[in-house]
Design a protein around this ligand. Structure first.
Ligand code: ATP
Ligand code: TZP
Ligand code: MG
Ligand code: MG
Length: 272
């Protein structure tokens, strides 16, 4: 069991240490990701040039790779950065945005998990399924309506890729193949803000930078992010995605140990 006070302690550590998080991400979410990382207490940097990514990755607390607007140049940079991070024990967090939508995305996502040692892979169910060779429906970068067994998928992905798999949606799952947690925090307005998933992946990176147990780090990130979203939804007058996006940043900044204690919906799954 991961207690709320353990999650709060991880957040406190993040805010104290302000880890440098190196992101090679997509053009849609860059500014939102940097602001979200600052709000939670991390120090974001976006660096893409193949001439510098190895040097940036090795001094970072975590490297986040995101293929949302991939092209040959940034995929090459991701592999260079990832190899440097692996060499220097910097955790690599991977968001396979849109895997399954086109053959190029699927093949690139599979290449990244094959060539790099990835600490955590985070995506919607269809993306994670496509990375591990299954063919779940996906529409562009948004998950389809598949009704598969998400816990089984997370366990399979973790074992097959030798990583921690995080599958998000209405319910979030994190598994290293033997320990599995479900997090029920969150708000449906997150699906109306582009980059809500990408920012979460970078927030997982920030937690992994300060907490060596990456299952705990990922679970803590899911709970903190989901609670911040619930507080954000409460803080706006009517259902409005624009205001919610800003309130999400505000609540990533303000979320307290007391909020976590009262609101955490993180549970361990008992494997049969
Ligand atoms: P997609 O492209 O399918 O939207 P994504 O990469 O944006 O995927 P999500 O799965 O939407 O990522 O997850 C981002 C955050 O939104 C997570 O914290 C998740 O818990 C939350 N979330 C997603 N859908 C819902 C929902 N219906 N209700 C509550 N929270 C949700
Ligand atoms: N197109 C390419 S990347 C991207 C879009 C709309 C952003 C996806 O962000 P998220 O976090 O997966 O919703
Ligand atoms: Mg989304
Ligand atoms: Mg996504």
């Amino acid at each position: 069991m991961i207690e709320p006070k353990t999650i709060a302690a991880a957040l406190e550590k993040l805010r104290t240490e302000k880890p440098l998080v190196h992101n090679i991400t997509n053009v849609v979410v860059t500014n939102f990701t940097a602001n979200g990382l600052l709000a939670i207490g991390a120090s974001p940097v976006m660096a893409y040039a193949k001439e510098e990514v190895a040097d940036m990755a090795k001094i970072a607390g975590a490297l986040v790779l995101n293929i949302g607007t991939l092209n040959e140049e940034n995929v090459e940079a991701m592999l260079i950065a990832g190899k440097s991070a692996n060499k220097h024990n910097v955790p690599v967090i991977f968001d396979p945005v849109g895997a399954g939508a086109t053959p190029y995305r699927t093949e690139t996502a599979r290449k990244i998990v094959k060539e790099l040692s990835v600490a955590v892979v985070r995506g919607n169910a269809a993306e994670i399924a496509n990375v591990v060779g299954e063919n779940w429906a996906i529409r562009g970068v948004d998950s389809g309506d598949s009704e598969g067994d998400l816990i089984a998928l997370a366990v399979k992905a973790a074992k097959q890729l030798n990583t921690i798999a995080v599958i998000t949606g209405e319910q979030d799952i994190v598994s290293d193949g033997s320990k599995t947690y479900i997090c029920n925090n969150g708000d449906s307005l997150l699906t109306k803000v582009t980059g809500a998933g990408c920012l979460l992946t970078s927030v997982i990176g920030a937690f992994c930078a300060v907490e060596k147990d990456h299952v705990l780090a990922s679970a803590a990130a899911l709970a903190v992010y989901g609670i911040a979203a619930e507080l954000a939804a409460k803080g706006i007058e009517y259902e409005s995605p624009g205001s919610f996006q800003i309130e999400l940043l505000n609540n990533l900044y303000h979320i307290s140990a007391e909020d976590i204690q009262k609101m955490s919906l993180l549970e361990e799954v008992n494997h049969v």
